[in-house]
Design a protein around this ligand. Structure first.
Ligand SMILES: Nc1ncnc2c1ncn2[C@@H]1O[C@H](COP(=O)(O)OP(=O)(O)OP(=O)(O)O)[C@@H](O)[C@H]1O
Length: 272
């Protein structure tokens, strides 16, 4: 097997006495789609923060596109967990998307400015944001802002795309637009995708492997290998039933164990 674009070896992360995970070995291959699942507080966002160089490991090693994680690695695209932007923010949608290009191979100068504008317009178009991309982002809805963040993350043509619940706050149509866009990027350009989510169903048809984190433990494997009653019961240390209905995965029992809300119960109109 070739070296991964994300290489994680013997990785552990703890805060005080609390071990989020330990002994994590994971190679993510170019073009692979990895879903990162787990209840609140299991360390999904912290894993992305490690890969972004915003959080140090307590043990082990990690490399992203062949180097230590660090700020300003332009080969890494990031769609952060949704937070409403300040209403007073006067930055326009197109400016926000363009920030994803700053200092990169698209260049500056007069010729660069034209290319840059066209490239921003292409990405704005791809997320269906044309009608509001010239408005100040602070006045846009959460879902509209989120689509611009997706365009911003993709515009730099990343080799690794880190997504933190990118579908949260999107309606079903735009969940599909955004997940198809991310899938197309990894198919056409071989971008590896690490996709943190509470809902596997909207992306189930794209997922190659799942990393499921629960209370310091984890499992890695295909959706069939991980999303079954035996494996999730072991992870949650309680009886968990996993049902496959109409191509979707329904998990029952995990909520009572760890107060996980509505997990995996989303009804995706794409898979019927
Ligand atoms: N710098 C830090 N110092 C101390 N504790 C931290 C720090 N960063 C994260 N934590 C704790 O680690 C735990 C995991 O947080 P993280 O955000 O990674 O979880 P998550 O799986 O993404 O959760 P959610 O599904 O709620 O987004 C939380 O309990 C959080 O409070």
């Amino acid at each position: 097997m070739s070296r991964g674009v994300v290489e994680i070896e013997g990785a552990g992360l703890r805060f005080g006495d609390r071990v989020l995970w330990s002994g994590l070995d994971l190679d993510v291959q170019p073009g692979e789609f990895l879903a990162v699942l787990g209840p609140n507080g299991s360390g999904k966002t912290s894993l992305l923060r490690v890969l972004l160089g915003l959080q140090s490991l307590s043990a082990g090693k990690v490399r992203v596109v062949g180097r230590s994680p660090g700020r300003g690695n332009r080969k890494v695209g990031y769609i952060p967990q949704q937070r409403a932007m300040d209403e007073q923010l006067t930055l326009r949608g197109t400016d926000l998307v363009g920030l994803g290009l700053d200092g990169d191979r698209w260049g500056f100068g007069l010729l660069g400015a034209g290319r840059r504008r066209r490239r921003v317009a292409e990405l704005v178009d791809s997320v269906g944001a044309e009608s509001y991309a010239s408005s100040p982002v602070g006045r846009l809805s959460g879902g509209e802002q989120q689509r611009l963040r997706v365009a911003q993350a993709l515009i730099g043509e990343p080799d690794v795309l880190l997504c933190d619940e990118p579908l949260a706050s999107l309606d079903l149509t735009h969940q599909r637009v955004v997940s198809e866009l991310i899938d197309r990027r990894r198919r056409e350009a071989g971008t590896a995708v690490l996709f943190v989510t509470h809902e596997i169903n909207p992306i189930l048809s794209y997922v190659d492997r799942v990393l499921y984190l629960v209370n310091g433990q984890f499992r890695i494997g295909t959706p069939d290998e991980v999303m079954n009653s035996r494996t999730l019961s072991e992870l949650y240390r309680t009886r968990v039933e996993v049902l496959r209905v109409g191509g979707q995965i329904h998990v029952a029992g995990a909520q009572s164990a760890l107060c996980e809300d509505e997990v995996h119960h989303h009804v995706d109109e794409r898979v019927s």
